[in-house]
Design a protein around this ligand. Structure first.
Ligand code: COA
Length: 183
């Protein structure tokens, strides 16, 4: 795989990011694959105002991976706190979300490269000692994907925010938390 160029998003990137996220998560191209959630959720995944607000927040970044000048992948990074497994105290951490790769190049390794770059960047940005994320509990292949990258289920569960979405096909799922200690 050609190495991507990384940069942080600006407001000018908002429409392209919304399009990429919608296409990757729930679009018809990916429906039925292990990396889609279209069988669970049909409404929009995000919006122009959501992404614009996230980019405007000081402790939040959208990391963009470009290939040949085109946005090919993205993820959201946010400063947060996580409980340190050893000390039991809160420590600086980062939240990882809105992870999307252009479906036409899925499974070419770009996702792994973006995740590794995200882990590197949050250590530099916020001295994060851990990366945390939430994943829909029934997306077991995706949980396996993160486990192969060193993430572990913490045991924490959160209700899915059905009030923030539309068109779910079932309500028989929730969010499980995963965490990786960054060294
Ligand atoms: C999930 C996603 C980010 C992965 O990125 P990607 O660039 O396609 O994936 P990569 O090339 O890094 O890795 C491909 C992996 O898929 C695995 N894979 C391929 N076919 C598979 C299948 N049928 N079932 C399960 N896993 C499969 C490969 O084994 C490989 O993992 P491994 O290297 O650990 O073996 C991307 O597909 C995506 O944008 N999905 C939609 C949005 C989404 O669900 N985001 C995550 C929300 S938490």
């Amino acid at each position: 795989m050609t190495q991507p160029a990384f940069r942080y998003a600006t407001q000018a990137d908002v429409p392209a990011l919304v399009a990429l996220i919608e296409r990757a998560y729930r679009g018809p191209e990916t429906a039925g694959t292990w990396f889609s959630e279209a069988h669970l959720l049909k409404g929009p995944r995000t919006s122009i105002s959501d992404i614009s607000d996230l980019i405007a927040q000081p402790e939040s970044r959208f990391l963009i991976a470009e290939l040949e000048g085109q946005i090919a992948g993205c993820c959201l990074l946010q400063k947060t706190k996580a409980v340190d497994g050893q000390s039991g105290k809160d420590s600086d951490a980062a939240y990882f979300g809105m992870f999307a790769i252009n479906p036409t190049i899925n499974a070419t390794g770009l996702g792994k490269t973006v995740l590794a770059e995200a882990e590197h960047r949050v250590r530099e940005l916020w001295r994060a000692k851990a990366m945390v994320m939430t994943v829909i509990n029934v997306r077991t292949e995706l949980i396996g994907y993160y486990e192969r990258r060193g993430y572990k289920l913490t045991g924490a569960r959160h209700p899915f925010p059905f009030n923030e979405t539309t068109g779910e096909t079932t309500r028989d799922f929730d969010l499980v938390e995963m965490k990786k200690v960054l060294v």
